[in-house]
Structure formats: C-alpha cells, structure tokens
Design a protein around this ligand. Structure first.
Ligand code: HEC
Ligand code: HEC
Ligand code: HEC
Ligand code: HEC
Length: 427
C-alpha cells in the first residue's frame, strides 16, 4: 500500500499550500468525512436500508445470473458455487441475508473487517458487483439437513457445574460449599470474588505464606481462580460453629475502629474488603496475629493491629465469629439457554434472521461461529454490540451456542414488507 499513499497528485493547489493551510484542509476534510465514516465503522448493521439495497431484496432472474457469473470467477474457489464452504473455518454464504452480505463485503473492501484473503478478492470490485455477489449467494437454497434434536441443556443448566467439580480438592479443608467446619480453616462463602482473587494471587506470588495454599494455587489459571471466587460467593454463608476463644461483648467494643472498613457487624460491603462476620474464630486469631507479627504484610492492617495483644485478639475473633455472615451481592452467570434467548432477539428464532441487515446463524459452520465469537470478544473483529455479547461468554457457552446454531436448518428469506425500517432515499 505505501506506493499508493505516496502517489499524491502534484496539482499546484496542494503543493502550493503553506503548512497551516494544509493543516486547515486536513481538518476540513476530517469534519466533512467524519459523520459519514462514523456510523459505518461503528456498526454496518444499524444503518437504514438504502433504496438500492431494498431493490436487491426482490432480485430479477437476470441479476441472480450476473451474480452467479461473478461468484464463479471470484468466490467459488473458497465459498463453493452452492455457498457451502468445504473448509469449516470459512463461513457458509447460502441463504445468508442479502444486505448483511453486501455490507460485510464493503467492510472487507474498506479494511474495517480485516481478512487478507477477502480483501484481496474484493478490493477491485465496485458496489454493483458486490451487491450482485450478495444477491446470488442469498438466493441459494441450503442443502437439506437432518432437523436437529434439541440439546439437553436447552431447558436449564448449571453454569457453575464445571467449577463445582474443580473445587472438590478444596472441600476437605474449606467445606464442600465453602463453609468451613474445621477450626483454623477459613470459610470462603461471604467473600467477594475480588477479595478472593487478591488472596489467591497473594499465595501465588508468595506474599502470603502457607505452603499448602501456595502449592494448590500454583497450578490454577486466572480464569479458573475467578470462576472459583464466583462459585463461593454464590453459596449461602453459614454461621460459624466452633467454640469461641474470648469474650464477644468486649470484642465488639475493641472492634469499633475496624467498622469503617469491615462493617459494624463484620459484613464488609466493598469488593476488596474481607467480610469477618461468621468467619472461623481460630482462623481470625491466626490472621490477626500474622499481621501483628509482620508475617502477612498489609500496612493498614498492621497499623490497625498495633497495640493489641492475645486477649484483645481473642475477644475480637469471638465477636466477629458470632455475627451472622451475609451473602455478597454478585450476579449468577446466565445459562447457555438464557444466552440463546438473547441471541434470538437479533438473530431470529433458531438463528434465522428476520432482518436482511443481520446475519443468520442457522446452519453456519460451527468452527467459523466459534472463531467469530472469539474474534468479537478479543476485539480482532470490531463490533460494539457483539463485543458486549461475546465477552462474558465462557468457552463452554461459545462451544454450545455454536453447536446449536450450526445444527439448525436456515430458511431462505422472502422479504415482503419492512415495517420497522426507515428508508434512506439519499443513496
Ligand atoms: C481465498 C479464499 C476466498 C475467496 C476467493 C473469497 N473468500 Fe470470502 N471469505 C474467505 C474467508 C477466509 C472468510 C472469513 C474471514 C473472516 O473471518 O473475516 C471469508 C468471509 C466472507 C464473508 C463474510 C461472511 C459472514 O458471515 O460474515 C463474505 C460475505 C464473503 N466471504 C464473500 C465472498 C465473496 C462474495 C467472494 C467473491 C467475490 C469471496 N468471499 C471470495 C475466503 C475467501
Ligand atoms: C489442606 C487444607 C487446605 C486445602 C486443601 C485448601 N486450603 Fe485454602 N486455606 C487453608 C488454610 C489453612 C488457609 C489459611 C492460610 C493462611 O493463614 O494464610 C487457607 C486460606 C485460603 C484462602 C484465603 C482466605 C481468606 O479469608 O483470606 C482462600 C481464598 C483459599 N484458601 C482458597 C482455597 C481453594 C480455592 C482451595 C482449593 C483449590 C483451597 N483453598 C484448598 C487450607 C486449605
Ligand atoms: C483501612 C481499612 C481497614 C481497617 C481500619 C481494618 N482493616 Fe482489617 N483488613 C483490611 C484489608 C484491606 C484486609 C485484606 C488485607 C490483605 O489482603 O491481607 C484486611 C484483613 C483483615 C483480616 C484478615 C481477613 C481474612 O479473611 O484473611 C482480619 C482478621 C482483619 N482485617 C481484622 C481487622 C481488625 C480486627 C481491625 C480493627 C482492629 C481491622 N481489621 C481494621 C482493611 C482494614
Ligand atoms: C443486539 C443485537 C444482537 C444480539 C443480542 C446478538 N447479536 Fe450477534 N450480531 C449482531 C450484529 C449486528 C452482527 C453483525 C456485526 C458485524 O458487522 O460484524 C452480529 C454478528 C454475529 C456473528 C457473526 C456472524 C457471521 O456470519 O460472521 C455471530 C457468530 C453472532 N453474532 C453470534 C451471536 C450470539 C451467539 C449471540 C448471543 C449470545 C448474539 N450474536 C447476540 C447483533 C446481535
């Protein structure tokens, strides 16, 4: 491309401009081009349908044949003449919605959607040619498929099933649901996932010294730790049962300076603050002492413990341990079938898009669908809406949603009326 960029016209007007004149021209060009550039980059699917695009929804036989000839020379090597790609990483184009296809082709041509193979094949085609290719592929029938049986997760599912299994190794010490019944072992249920992550990473980094926890956390990735934190935060916290080492009434008074951070009853509200209410008393004693001794380094906590002694610590532990722990306010992740209902709002029931600007997902290649969702999630394919939809999806969700849509049989769209769409007659 650099050769093209450097090939400026040597007209007297441009070359005769002074520095500031050139800057002014640049600003002026930007101001003029910006409003037309912006919506195109943001989301090609939300633009109103132009009259040329609308006419493509009712194509003549001749237009389809012209598109066919074009596809034969330019596209069939990869997308097939039947619009079904042999390579599962490529998208099927048969029955795909006309205006979606057309606008994506423009996106490849102008470089907003990056894929070098596609850019190379459309860069010299004008709008009329792109529209014909779109018309041809959209007009094709999809090869008959066995109608898919509904997968077993469709009527509800536990999105935390996989992580529940991976907490099995923690249950012996922290309890099956994270409510400890072994003195000295902390309960994990009333902690916010953010604090949980900080604690786990402190073991990983060697800042918190506990051989067993350091060893266990060493093999866990960030995603797994985050999932575990969410799992424990979603369990109902149980009150502590172990005997109290001191006087909870004296402890309440001694703990008054702690209320600003940990809450008056030990139930913290901020995400990075540990809840102490209902925590195992022996663990509370050990943790307070470890700040006092300097084994666990955290300046505000070390300051807070300064001047305390074993008696005060036992009293404070008894106070917090006898308070009722409250569950943290965290949202349960959606099940795959709940996600599916969200997708259907835009992509149509079973992925059969009712709007010619939005892609059908029904019958699309599974591998291609998974790649598309990951690309939206990591920003490799830019689209605000789909980034927001894809980012929270777990790998499991991406797999299942793709499997589901790939198994559906798409219908060819026949557009009789477009009641919700304003027509933009200007182009
Ligand atoms: C060399 C192989 C190749 C050729 C030839 C080719 N394509 Fe593609 N096409 C691809 C690949 C690979 C992708 C997926 C790229 C991506 O992930 O963005 C793609 C994607 C597309 C998409 C996006 C579909 C969607 O669901 O978003 C459309 C539309 C498309 N091609 C149409 C065409 C048309 C029309 C032609 C002919 C003018 C053509 N392609 C020629 C390889 C090819
Ligand atoms: C052998 C018993 C044992 C096992 C198994 C174990 N832990 Fe622990 N865990 C402890 C002890 C003891 C502590 C307190 C250590 C300290 O003083 O820092 C602790 C502390 C923690 C803390 C910090 C709690 C807080 O309030 O700061 C978290 C979080 C935690 N464990 C999570 C886990 C997870 C997740 C697993 C499973 C992968 C696990 N633990 C397995 C014994 C265990
Ligand atoms: C300025 C805010 C602040 C004040 C005041 C404060 N704390 Fe903390 N406390 C924290 C933070 C932050 C942590 C987590 C630090 C870490 O990651 O080690 C913590 C941790 C703790 C823990 C360990 C919890 C666990 O699950 O491992 C105990 C116990 C504790 N504080 C008790 C107290 C007591 C008792 C007081 C009053 C004497 C007090 N704190 C005052 C901020 C505070
Ligand atoms: C608010 C509307 C909306 C919702 C809800 C939505 N999508 Fe999309 N989706 C779009 C738009 C618009 C595009 C085209 C974006 C572009 O230009 O790249 C798209 C594109 C896609 C693509 C790429 C299709 C192709 O052929 O390349 C996939 C895959 C996809 N969506 C999957 C999903 C899934 C799965 C969900 C549910 C978790 C979902 N979408 C929910 C609007 C939506």
């Amino acid at each position: 491309m650099p050769d093209k960029l450097n090939a400026r016209p040597s007209s007297g007007f441009v070359s005769g401009l002074t520095g500031s004149g050139f800057a002014l021209l640049t600003i002026l060009t930007l101001v003029l081009v910006w409003p037309t550039l912006l919506p195109a980059q943001q989301d090609p699917s939300s633009r109103p349908i132009s009259s040329i695009e609308k006419s493509a929804l009712f194509p003549t036989r001749a237009k389809i044949d012209e598109g066919k000839a074009l596809a034969e020379t330019n596209c069939s090597a990869c997308h097939g003449m039947d619009g079904v790609a042999a390579n599962p990483e490529l998208p099927n184009l048969a029955t795909q919605r006309t205006i979606y296809l057309y606008r994506q082709l423009q996106e490849y041509r102008n470089g907003n959607r990056t894929a070098s193979e596609m850019h190379r094949h459309v860069q010299y085609l004008d709008d009329a040619a792109l529209l014909k290719a779109a018309i041809y592929y959209a007009s094709l029938r999809y090869p008959n498929k066995e109608s898919a049986t509904e997968p077993d997760w469709i009527n509800g599912d536990d999105p935390l099933r996989a992580v529940r299994a991976s907490t099995a190794g923690c249950a012996g010490c922290h309890g099956a649901e994270g409510n400890s019944s072994v003195p000295g072992m902390p309960s994990l249920t009333a902690q916010h996932p953010d604090y949980f992550i900080t604690a786990m990473n402190a073991y990983k980094a060697g800042e918190r010294k506990h051989g067993m926890m350091q060893m266990l956390v060493a093999t866990l990735g960030d995603d797994k730790i985050a999932e575990m934190g969410l799992f424990y935060a979603l369990q109902e916290p149980a009150p502590a049962t172990a005997p109290l080492p001191g006087d909870p009434v004296a402890g309440r008074t001694a703990a008054e300076p702690c209320a600003s951070c940990h809450g008056a009853d030990g139930n913290a509200t901020s995400a990075d603050m540990p809840t102490l209410a209902g925590q195992d008393a022996a663990y509370l004693v050990v943790s307070m002492k470890s700040y006092l001794d300097g084994d666990r380094v955290h300046e505000p906590m070390q300051q807070a413990m300064t001047g305390t002694n074993t008696i005060i610590i036992n009293d404070i532990a008894s106070f917090y341990a006898s308070e009722k722990p409250l569950a943290r306010n965290v949202r349960k992740p959606l099940t795959t079938s709940q996600w599916l209902h969200r997708c259907e709002r835009c992509h149509g029931i079973k992925g059969d898009s009712p709007d010619p600007r939005y892609p059908s997902l029904a019958g699309q290649n599974k591998t291609y669908l998974m790649g598309a969702m990951r690309a939206y999630a990591n920003g490799a394919r830019s689209n605000r809406v789909m980034h927001a939809m894809s980012e929270p999806l777990s790998d499991n969700d991406i797999q299942r949603l793709s499997e589901y849509f790939a198994a559906q049989t798409p219908r060819r769209a026949i557009y009789l009326d477009l009641p919700c769409v304003e027509l933009d007659e200007s182009n």
